[in-house]
Design a protein around this ligand. Structure first.
Ligand SMILES: NC(=O)c1ccc[n+]([C@@H]2O[C@H](COP(=O)([O-])OP(=O)(O)OC[C@H]3O[C@@H](n4cnc5c(N)ncnc54)[C@H](OP(=O)(O)O)[C@@H]3O)[C@@H](O)[C@H]2O)c1
Length: 322
């Protein structure tokens, strides 16, 4: 049903438009990809595991087919590994302009492993550092077509004071703290990116979105992509009043990525916070701090050794047109 002129089931025609989605092998990334392809887009699906990527690719072909005019290609990308990010970005750069970049991949339930091979806290590296590097590497491809990047926050950022001071969590690690801090950081960086893009006159924007509480047991079964156990279905269905499916959660991310009426620096999520149609919201107070933005930006630049090419990106569009 259409809400404020936006019907998530009848998206605008995306033929000729190109998107890259991180973590498109399952969950929100997979369903966002499906929605984009159904609307006619070309999507670069990325994932860290070739088998899961292949299974997700096959699912798109099976469920969407050729009728929409949209299509997909796959690209290996592990956001926790800077070498992988650089290699994937180099390939994606060579493929031409990008209308949107969905920075979705994420560790939601941290594993026992706490650090990457490079020594960074694993959740922070996966959810934050890899995306910071990727967005910087692909900035010019976005700028040539006035593209948009979408960072994924979480309603958990409003649940307490998780200021990322000790971002690598040298002390006081808990899986929950690692997760919430990483989501505070992605929101802060998404808003800071937009401030910096505007200041530098880069014709690209940065938006933050979150999916509410979207769970697999309430989501359509898709072979190789979403196969929850009967127990997960049972438990997740007990949470019906305050949750939604991943298909529905993906709608806020997709709208944030493609609605031309959305401006950089906005924050989108479900209308009733945990579930509902895409709705413009207000990010948690902590995440709106420009000082925190500046501090985290510098941290990410030093950790990833990626400096966003603002000057080149500001000129990129003129060159592309000329
Ligand atoms: N679901 C929610 O209610 C909720 C709420 C707030 C925010 N979010 C955010 O939404 C995003 C997606 O969540 P989800 O619920 O869809 O989670 P999910 O079902 O667990 O899917 C996570 C996706 O990220 C990928 N991924 C994990 N680590 C990766 C890495 N190092 N490199 C590349 N890809 C990696 C996974 O790939 P594999 O298949 O290889 O594991 C998978 O495709 C996350 O950023 C999460 O923080 C979700």
């Amino acid at each position: 049903m259409a809400q404020n002129g936006w019907d998530p089931q009848r998206l605008p025609d995306l033929s000729g438009r190109r998107f890259l989605v991180t973590g498109s092998t399952r969950g929100l990334g997979y369903f966002a990809t499906e929605q984009l392809v159904r609307a006619g887009a070309h999507v670069i699906m990325t994932g860290r595991n070739p088998n899961r990527l292949q299974a997700a690719h096959a699912a798109i072909e099976r469920r969407v087919g050729d009728a929409s005019g949209g299509d997909v290609e796959t690209l290996l990308l592990d956001t926790s590994n800077f070498g992988s990010v650089r290699a994937a970005a180099a390939t994606a750069r060579g493929r031409g302009p990008l209308h949107g970049l969905l920075l979705n991949a994420g560790i939601v339930h941290p594993p026992k492993q706490r650090r990457t091979a490079g020594g960074h806290e694993l959740v922070f590296a996966t959810n934050v550092l890899g995306h910071f590097a990727l967005a910087g590497e692909l900035l010019q491809n976005l700028a040539v077509v006035n593209g948009r990047m979408v960072w994924i926050g979480s309603m958990s950022t409003s649940l307490g004071d998780y200021e990322p001071i000790d971002v690598e969590l040298a002390e006081g690690y808990t899986p929950w703290r690692a997760y919430v801090q990483s989501k505070v950081a992605t929101t802060v960086l998404g808003l800071e990116a937009d401030r910096r893009l505007r200041d530098a006159g880069v014709p690209a924007s940065s938006v933050v979105a979150h999916p509410g509480y979207s769970i697999s047991g309430r989501t359509t079964g898709v072979r190789g992509v979403n196969e929850p156990s009967r127990m997960t279905r049972f438990v997740d269905n007990l949470q019906t009043p305050f949750s939604q499916s991943k298909e529905r959660g993906a709608r806020s991310l997709v709208r944030a990525l493609i609605d031309p009426a959305i401006a950089g620096g906005e924050f989108w999520g479900p209308r009733f916070v945990v579930h509902g149609a895409p709705h413009r919201g207000r990010p948690a107070k902590l995440t709106r701090s420009p000082e925190l933005g500046q501090r985290l930006w510098e941290y990410c630049e030093n950790a990833t050794r990626v400096r966003w090419p603002f000057e080149k990106a500001a000129k990129a569009r003129r060159r592309f047109r000329g």
